[in-house]
Design a protein around this ligand. Sequence first.
Ligand code: ARG
Length: 373
Amino acid sequence: MNWTAEKTTVNSWNEWDPLKHVIVGLATDCHIPPAEPALDAKVPEDSDMRGQWGKRPQEMIDRGNELLDNFALQLQKRGIRVDRPTPTDFSLPATTPDFHTDSQFGCMPPRDVLLTVGSEILEATMSYRCRWFEYLCYRPLMQQYFNEDPNFRHEAAPKPRLTDADYRADYLSEKIGIEKRLEWTADKFFVTTEEEPLFDAADVLRMGKDLVVQHGFTTNLKGIEWLRRHFPDHRVHAVNFPGDPYPIHIDATFTPVRPGLILNNPNRRLPDDQREFFHRNGWEIVDAAQPAHNSPPPLCYSSTWLSMNVLVLDPKTVCVEKSEVYQAEQFDKLGIEVVEVELRDAYAFGGGLHCCTADVYRESSFEDYFPKG
Ligand code: ARG
């Protein structure tokens, strides 16, 4: 097989096999969306973003794009094909018969929207109203892949209605307090209800036959059940991480690096009963290194733990954000080569190196890494 063929082949079964083709997001026209129930629950109580919305400052967008373009170039120089989304006008409202919100979001973290499993790319339901139409930014690429790869399966999960019934009113208050939030999330009392299946693609980790899915603000149990029925040849595991007051997207919490090794955020440990599955199969779960920063950059949704939001290029090579020296040192000690990538000034657009990408092709096949089920 010719792994470097320019014509598209969609194929990726896990987070670590050699990466050959990837989508990198864009900061273009990115907006801070107006308040809506699920988004509000996620914005930290002391965040500088509370109470403001509209297009992000153009200088920040330009700087974000500069870094994302450089990252794309770095990947291309290593022989990896990079595609980019086509932004739509995010100043437009998102309106359906069920809801209205005054602006959209952007097309930065493609990881949140697109889930690649084998030869399939699945558009997630999403759980924020402002991100309901975001799949449109990837449709030109999906059309191209569909034309070029006769085996590509383009799928979309049922679009959710996102009425108020999808969200717990308990989360509407701005002053819940961190203690209460930690209690609620440890009890799996999240902002999303079980009205209908909801999931964001970035809550899913692909580990061959096993899909590990975070139950939290953006993905509910019905969403996980939908994934189980949709991927009947996989084992689908629901996991949750007490210690995270704003649990969305698994990739700053639980990071598989190569078969047998996972980094876990030490403030958000996987509960013992959920660890057992990994341990009985000989996998090691180690604490991730501390972030290098005490606070996230301005106007950022994410925590400082984007330090562990790394992009694995192959089981021996990992892209790490340039300023995250402790994370780089940890990989060094594990015998993994670190590729430094400057991205911190693009964090505000929705995430780090894993978030800002979506797999199209890894040299990988469908394998069972957990033979003891
Ligand atoms: N919830 C994570 C944190 O702040 C950020 C995850 C971002 N991931 C993503 N795919 N957008 O720690």
